[in-house]
Design a protein around this ligand. Structure first.
Ligand code: MG
Length: 352
């Protein structure tokens, strides 16, 4: 097992290893959590791992409120959020009790925002069951739900008390889920860890070692510790996401996050090379890595449509968009780009 300690507005451990779900109850006991736990999950994940987590909690003496909602981004809304808060209130949870998020990014975002706001802040533990959640969304304290007007438009920074990444669950992930996570792993290596990138180049695709997850968590930890509220260096984690989010929006959210980010990373690397920010080998090695992971690298959308979507992203400010641009494998820069120049960048990246 590996432990990465995060020193943010709350100090907490991220544990990566086999069998950790079965220790959920003990972990919360050791953290001095109250007597009740709202175990939040979706109807894909709960049948697979719910019993493991619930049994651990009840054996450790916790009363468990089970809250399972339909899987998918569509559930990450104010109605489901409100239903969870009401269920917690009716079950008599206090702010000394705990919300446990068992699932991927959607579960973590929704449960985390409920924890952040219930009685002005209850306990919170993340039990990520997707690779994407393990290496990215479960660490760092970003929580949110969607509005009909836009994704993640209401939320809070709220750090968990602990994150338990049980690597046993990654063995049973469907291919699409592995790919989604792999995109964030490649992103992490690209922004901060050239040695990890070289390791991934040597390893066969689909290998998700404890070591790889732990190194991604460590990179995320470093960025969160320097910039918890995402005003500076944490934006580096947005590499590939400016164009990736635009692909998601333009495709009507039919392209999964990881695939969209892969397209975004490949495109911005091609554009960065074309504009003289990096060597040709950077785009070539990144593209090869993404292809090995079964991820797309072409950008089959109109530059105008993508530029419009990227210009309305919530990471944009005024007339500028912060674009994360690769300089080398393992090193990126944050660039302020005029919104009016985005379509040139996108065309240089291969958009129509
Ligand atoms: Mg992402």
């Amino acid at each position: 097992m590996k432990t990465i300690t995060v020193h943010a507005s709350r100090i907490y451990d991220v544990r990566v290893g086999q069998g950790l779900l079965s220790g959920t109850g003990e972990t919360l006991r050791a953290l001095g959590a109250g007597s009740r736990v709202a175990l939040v999950s979706d109807d894909n994940v709960f049948p697979l791992y719910g019993e493991r987590a619930e049994k651990s909690l009840t054996q450790a003496g916790f009363t468990v409120l089970r809250f399972v909602f339909p899987a998918g981004e569509k559930s990450k809304n104010l109605a489901v959020y409100g239903a969870l808060l009401n269920a917690m209130c009716e079950a008599g949870l206090s702010r000394f009790d705990t919300v446990a998020a068992l699932g991927g990014g959607v579960v973590g975002d929704l449960a985390g925002f409920a924890a952040a706001t219930y009685q002005r802040g209850a306990g919170f533990i993340q039990l990520p069951t997707s690779l994407l959640a393990a290496v990215d969304s479960s660490v760092g304290g970003k929580t949110a739900v969607d509005l009909t007007a836009g994704k993640n438009q209401v939320g809070a920074f709220y750090q968990p008390m602990a994150v338990l990444c049980d690597t046993d669950v990654f063995a049973t992930l469907p291919e699409e889920e592995v790919q989604n996570g792999a995109a964030e792993v490649v992103k992490t290596a690209m922004i901060a860890d050239a040695a990890l990138f070289e390791t991934l180049e040597r390893e066969p695709a689909r290998v998700i070692s404890e070591e790889t997850v732990a190194r991604c968590v460590a990179v995320k930890r470093d960025h969160v510790e320097k910039d918890e509220r995402d005003l500076g260096v944490r934006m580096m984690l947005n590499f590939g996401h400016t164009f990736g989010h635009a692909v998601e929006a333009v495709s009507g959210y039919t392209v999964p996050h990881g695939r969209a980010v892969a397209m975004g990373m490949a495109a911005v690397a091609r554009a960065a090379h074309a504009m003289g920010y990096c060597d040709e080998s950077v785009a070539r090695r990144l593209t090869a890595m993404l292809e090995k992971a079964g991820l797309p690298t072409a950008l089959p959308y109109s530059a105008e449509d993508l530029a419009r979507a990227a210009g309305t992203d919530k990471k944009s400010a005024g007339d500028q968009v912060r674009l994360i641009v690769p300089r080398a494998i393992g090193r990126c820069d944050i660039l302020s780009v005029e919104k009016s120049a985005l379509s040139d960048w996108l065309k240089a990246g291969g958009a129509r």
